[in-house]
Design a protein around this ligand. Structure first.
Ligand code: TXA
Ligand code: MG
Length: 350
């Protein structure tokens, strides 16, 4: 299959191009499209066979459910049994935006989408191309991140091409993703909402809107044998660049000192070392190939660059990556959740 990349710089003037993508989707095909978080791999959420093609293109384990994307709140009511007041409040405040809410699913949603679960995650993305694409499709769009299973999520159409060339007919290129990490996944089925995956809408933002919110323990800890897994995605290796990652946490000067020592030692052993640093610390490293994730005072900035930097280290062919940690608050929690998983929870606490 040949994969076409169509650049959309103005969704209003290029409605025909988006319509072509929407028609492919309606005919049961898989199309990649931009969102504000990361690129998605979309199929008609009401067509079990089309949804099966997503799992195939990604190599995704079939027990990992997909998020359903909508362009209008009225569609949400058809996908879930009931919308509690708090969920409605959050939708009004944060949609369109990087928040996915999990609720009991309606009969309309095929079990292939939810991987057999009786709940479904729904979100309305804040990207003009995504909204137009979903509206023109006329159906809700099931879409995981458009990477091969296990790889860093794609924040540009080029990243999608790296993973999906020859596997899907079309990629809509809407430019680089603004948020850079995936949506916050919030389980709204209990009395207190639970964050299953931190993301663009932060815990602090949720709390200021609806009060108490819990953070699932597996957000920053690996799933152990016997743990009750609330979100199947928690079980799997994620976001991993080709080289193994070591994540370093603790007081910043000690992080820099540790990474410098390790890098020097490993370079002496002939290893090609990648260092994932921040604007504030980049100049303090003497050895290794250094890339900055951005300004550590601004975790949203770091979120925006994290996945792209991990893919750059692939191209630089490093043997291993030593990564600085950031503070686990605001967007920093989502950054550290992704980094901990990219590192396979190989974390050095100083
Ligand atoms: O920002 C995003 O959410 C992106 C863009 C494309 O919208 N999508 C995305 O999808 O990140 P994906 O499939 O890569 O991640 C979805 C996560 C997985 O960890 C999955 O296990 C969890 O959400 N999830 C989906 N439905 C769920 C459900 N019903 N219950 C619990 N977890 C669910
Ligand atoms: Mg993903």
């Amino acid at each position: 299959m040949k994969t076409r990349v169509i650049t959309i710089s103005d969704p209003d003037r290029q409605a025909n191009d988006i319509m072509e993508a929407a028609q492919l989707l309606r005919s049961g095909q898989v199309v990649a499209f931009p969102t504000e978080t990361v690129y998605g791999l979309g199929a008609n959420a009401l067509d079990a066979q089309a949804v099966g093609k997503i799992f195939k293109a990604k190599g995704r384990p079939s027990d990992n459910p997909l998020i359903v994307h909508i362009h209008d709140i009225s569609v949400w009511q058809q996908l879930v049994e009931d919308i509690p007041e708090k969920a409605l409040l959050l939708a009004n405040k944060f949609w369109p935006g990087p928040l996915t809410m999990i609720l009991k699913k309606s009969k309309l949603v095929p079990v292939e989408v939810t991987a057999g679960l009786d709940t479904v995650g729904v979100r309305m993305p804040a990207h003009p191309v995504a909204l137009k694409f979903i509206a023109m499709s006329g159906v809700p769009v099931a879409a995981p991140s458009a990477n091969k299973s296990g790889r860093p999520s794609p924040t540009t159409a080029r990243h999608v091409m790296e993973d999906m060339d020859g596997r899907i007919p079309m990629i809509l290129d809407g430019g680089p993703a603004r948020v850079g990490v995936e949506s916050t996944v919030l389980d709204m089925t209990g009395s207190v909402p639970v964050v299953l995956r931190p993301g663009g809408v932060t815990v602090e933002m949720l709390e200021s809107a609806i009060g108490e919110v819990r953070i699932h323990p597996n957000v920053m800890k690996p799933v152990q044998k016997g743990d009750k897994v609330r979100s199947p995605g928690m079980k799997y290796v994620h976001y991993a660049p080709k080289a193994p990652v070591t994540l370093v946490r603790g007081e910043l000067n000690r992080q820099v000192e540790f990474i410098n020592k390790e890098a020097a030692k490993l370079e002496n052993m002939g290893r090609k070392v990648g260092i994932l640093a921040t604007d504030q610390t980049l100049f303090r490293y003497q050895a290794g190939i250094k890339l900055s994730m951005g300004n550590r005072e601004n975790p949203a900035d770091i979120a925006g660059r994290l996945f792209a930097r991990l893919r750059e280290f692939d191209e630089l062919n490093v043997d291993l990556i030593l990564a600085e940690g950031v503070e686990e608050k605001d967007e920093g929690l989502a950054v550290m959740n992704r980094m901990a998983r990219a590192a396979g929870f190989h974390i050095i606490d100083l």
